[in-house]
Ligand binder design. Structure first.
Ligand code: C2O
Ligand code: CU
Ligand code: CU
Length: 430
């Protein structure tokens, strides 16, 4: 990345074919952004200009800035593909209050799932002017991806089970590595940003032998730290944690079992995987400032002018598998909903299918109001900005949102195979 002058952030991004080595002596053909999974780091108030080159042979792509408040025509929507071999400049401003852990990935309709599992995903950190989290905690990015390798080292094509459930790999990687080791001193606190960049794996996570404070979600910091013992990170979700390593020995980030409504054979092993090991030394860390009790103010969204209802369903007619929103499959020449800039809306997302669907909206951050399942209503324990929310099978989730910029925005299931198979719609904000 080249930051040329104060406030203007310019970078080049290329999607290309390459080789990666995941297993001894085997080369795996992959797709990469700038040779890996880059981390772009910019600041609130910056003007961003990213010149992008699609070097993927034979396939269009786009770069979608997941969760970011960018103009609709700069957001890498499926309606704006960048042809193989072409270049495109994405330009946008980062407004005040936009500091958060975002990510970016391709969004060409019908090819999103494949391009992401082949390796295309990157991180976009927007830093605030004044960060309430002490710098002594560092800032560590943990991006989860999901790898499946054939005997010859290649990535197998997706099968019917993958299309139905979303493709789940055999190895969860953290920043491209299996179970990497973090060296920490006793008493150290670390700021960890976790990104679920897998196509379809639900990560219910805990930290053994360390204490976790949740400090942020998809759309940045929450109002005050919340102690958590475990949490669910559905596909595309992010959290920020402050982890305290107070006991010497090994602290492990591990997976717990999660029932996401698997269909058919081959239910993947979910529980008991160690994703990251922190080796905590006997030597005590120098003392660091405490975590502030107050991180931010989040004004509640209120008084919705309209209510929209979205029913998520599946239909499995013979070989034809369809994932639908309000009975319709995605059509990029159709506008499904029409809205107004600045209007607060209540969205009611009802999952009438047999498996979980993580629901995502482009261009904005929303607030979860409540979840209803089997007549039981659950309110979120803290206020937070989110761009993706898991809607469990049989559950209804109500969210409040507002689009501050005009244009066409997508909303969809973030199991990328479901998105490609039609579980996506378009809202035109006028
Ligand atoms: Cu992260 Cu429309 O996607
Ligand atoms: Cu998105
Ligand atoms: Cu889905």
């Amino acid at each position: 990345n080249e930051a040329s002058e104060a406030g203007l952030f310019k970078a080049r991004l290329a999607a290309e074919q390459g080789l990666a080595r995941f297993a001894e002596g085997l080369d795996t053909p992959v797709l990469l952004y700038n040779g890996g999974n880059p981390v772009i780091e910019a600041h609130e108030g910056d003007r961003i200009e990213i010149s992008f080159k699609n070097g993927i042979p034979g396939q269009p792509t786009t770069v979608h800035w997941h969760g970011m408040p960018v103009p609709a025509d700069q957001d890498g929507n499926p309606m704006e593909p960048v042809a193989s071999g072409s270049e495109h400049i994405y330009a946008f401003d980062l407004p005040a209050g936009s500091a958060a852990s975002y990510w970016f990935h391709p969004h060409p309709h019908g090819l999103t799932a494949e391009q992401v599992y082949r390796g295309l995903a990157g991180i976009f950190l927007v830093k605030p002017k004044d960060d309430p989290i002490p710098t002594e905690y560092g800032d560590t990015v943990l991006m989860f991806t999901d790898l499946r390798l054939a005997e010859d080292g290649s990535m197998p094509e997706s099968n019917m089970i993958d299309l139905m459930n979303g493709r789940v790999g055999d190895h969860v990687l953290v920043n491209g590595q299996k179970n990497p080791v973090l060296a920490v001193a006793k008493g150290e606190k670390r700021r960890l940003r976790l990104f679920n960049a897998t196509n379809a794996r639900f990560l219910r996570l805990t930290f053994e032998n360390a204490d976790m404070m949740l400090v942020g979600t998809d759309g940045g910091l929450i109002e005050a730290p919340v102690g958590v013992g475990e949490f669910l990170l559905a596909p595309a979700e992010r959290v920020e944690l402050i982890v305290s390593f107070d006991k010497p020995g090994a602290a492990k980030l591990t997976t717990l079992d999660y029932e996401r409504g698997w269909m058919g054979p081959g239910k993947p092993e979910e529980a008991g995987m160690t994703l990251l090991t922190a080796n905590v030394s006997e030597v005590a860390a120098p003392s660091v400032p405490p975590l502030p009790a107050k991180l931010r103010t989040i004004e509640p969204l209120a008084a919705p002018a309209v209510t929209r209802r979205f029913a998520l369903t599946e239909s499995m007619g013979g070989m034809e598998m369809k994932f639908l929103i309000n009975g319709a499959s995605f059509d990029m020449n159709r506008v499904d909903e029409v809205s107004k800039v600045g209007q607060v809306e209540l969205w009611e997302i009802a999952n009438q299918a047999d498996m979980d669907h993580p629901f995502h909206v482009h261009g904005t951050q929303f607030q979860v109001v409540e979840r209803v399942k089997d007549g039981a209503v659950a309110k979120p324990p803290y206020r937070a900005w989110k761009d993706t929310v898991n809607v469990a099978a049989g559950e209804t989730v109500r969210i409040l949102l507002r689009q501050d910029l005009p244009g066409q925005r997508m909303y969809h299931c973030h199991i990328l195979e479901h998105e490609d198979l039609g579980m996506m719609g378009t809202i035109d904000v006028e």
